[in-house]
Design a protein around this ligand. Structure first.
Ligand code: UT7
Length: 332
């Protein structure tokens, strides 16, 4: 029999960052053979935030992490785990630069590359560092700028992707305490890597309809398994928190899980698909605007290139109210 866990990783802070510049469907329709109607009907997206030259992934990640640390009332963590598919350099990883800019000198810091599933993988990794006793606290950040991997003339990818970052602070706590991360379900299937790929130095290429089918199946199966592993009946879930790939995908996943419309968290209309940032960005925004309340049971699931997928559960903690959390988080 597995030994019961002696400690858990507990969420104690949340923050986000978005570039100030937005691109509407009309802006795209002026440049590409597309329309607001097509994009809205097929994806649920109206506009997305996009970084301008001069703003890096580290900029977005640092701002989101600084806000998360502030909301946690902390200055220090032992580890920084950054989920990103758009690091600022091929090497080194972007996380050490983020840690250094936050004043976290000598903290363990590394990137996790699992594309749109990256945040769930990073959360699992940080949870493991804490429960193994390697770290007492950690920042888990999702930050991506996938808009910069899309070819200017590609109408199949440009409407989908936006840029942004979100972050959670984790601390050591007791099992079952509100904010504790639940069991993780993680998986991959490299045989289908070609469905969404950006070769070195090249643009993103996507086979959308086939990817769509995998996304629905993998996210709903992983979410069901995570709820089962946590011992949570699906009808007890207060919010499904799915990676924001496409409103039709997240609705199909919710339908399969019988999650009613009021329990489906979404921000895709105004953010697009922000890859590894989408889940922590959604958590930050929903916490700030009151959709998330202490004690709410969340079922988190993600799917991305790789293929990769993952899911977990989380009871939302009581976080100290912080005025900045309800203000727009923007960088240039
Ligand atoms: O984050 C995780 C990874 N990402 C995903 O999982 C994304 C998964 N895929 C999708 O979200 C959807 O497949 C898309 C939004 C990418 C595309 O939607 P779709 O309903 O699967 O459309 P489609 O690719 O089957 O294209 C339908 C039609 C085609 O024209 P014909 O062949 O019917 O004449 C496309 O050429 O729409 C055309 N089309 C467009 N038309 C206007 C494709 N892109 C566009 C566009 N504007 N931007």
């Amino acid at each position: 029999m597995p030994e019961p866990a002696r400690c858990s990783a507990v969420v104690c802070g949340v923050g986000a960052s978005l570039p100030a510049h937005t691109v509407s469907n009309e802006d795209l329709a002026a440049q590409l053979d597309t329309s607001d109607t097509w994009i809205h009907q097929r994806t649920g997206i109206s506009h997305r935030h996009v970084t301008q030259p001069g703003t890096s992934t580290a900029d977005l990640a640092t701002q989101a992490a600084a806000r998360a640390l502030k909301s946690a009332g902390r200055r220090h963590v032992d580890a920084v785990v950054l989920a990103t598919a758009t690091p600022d350099d091929q090497l080194p990883a972007t996380a050490p630069a983020v840690a250094s800019r936050l004043g976290l000198h000598e903290a363990c810091a590394f990137d996790v590359a699992a594309v749109c599933t990256g945040f769930v993988y990073a959360l699992a990794t940080a949870t493991g560092l804490i429960t193994a006793g390697t770290a007492h606290s950690a920042l888990v950040i999702g930050a991506d700028r996938l808009s910069h991997l899309c070819a200017c003339d590609d109408r199949t990818t440009r409407p989908l992707f936006g840029d942004g970052a979100g972050a959670l602070v984790l601390r050591r706590g007791t099992p079952g305490e509100p904010g504790s991360t639940g069991p993780f379900i993680l998986g991959s299937d490299g045989e289908h890597a070609g469905l969404l790929r950006a070769p070195h130095g090249g643009h993103l290429r996507m086979q959308g309809p086939e990817l769509f089918r995998h996304a629905v199946t993998r996210m709903s199966t992983a979410a069901q398994a995570a709820a089962r592993a946590a011992g949570w009946p699906l009808q007890d879930i207060d919010h499904l928190v799915p990676h924001q790939a496409n409103a039709r995908i997240t609705n199909a996943v919710s339908d399969r899980l019988h999650i009613p419309p009021h329990a489906r968290l979404s921000n895709i209309a105004d953010r697009g698909n922000t890859s590894a940032a989408s889940i922590p960005l959604l958590l930050s925004e929903a916490s700030a605007d009151g959709r998330l309340q202490a004690g709410h049971r969340l079922l988190i699931c993600a799917f991305g290139a790789g293929l990769t997928w993952g899911a977990t559960t989380l009871t939302w903690p009581a976080l100290p109210a912080h005025p900045e959390r309800s203000q727009p988080c923007t960088t240039t």
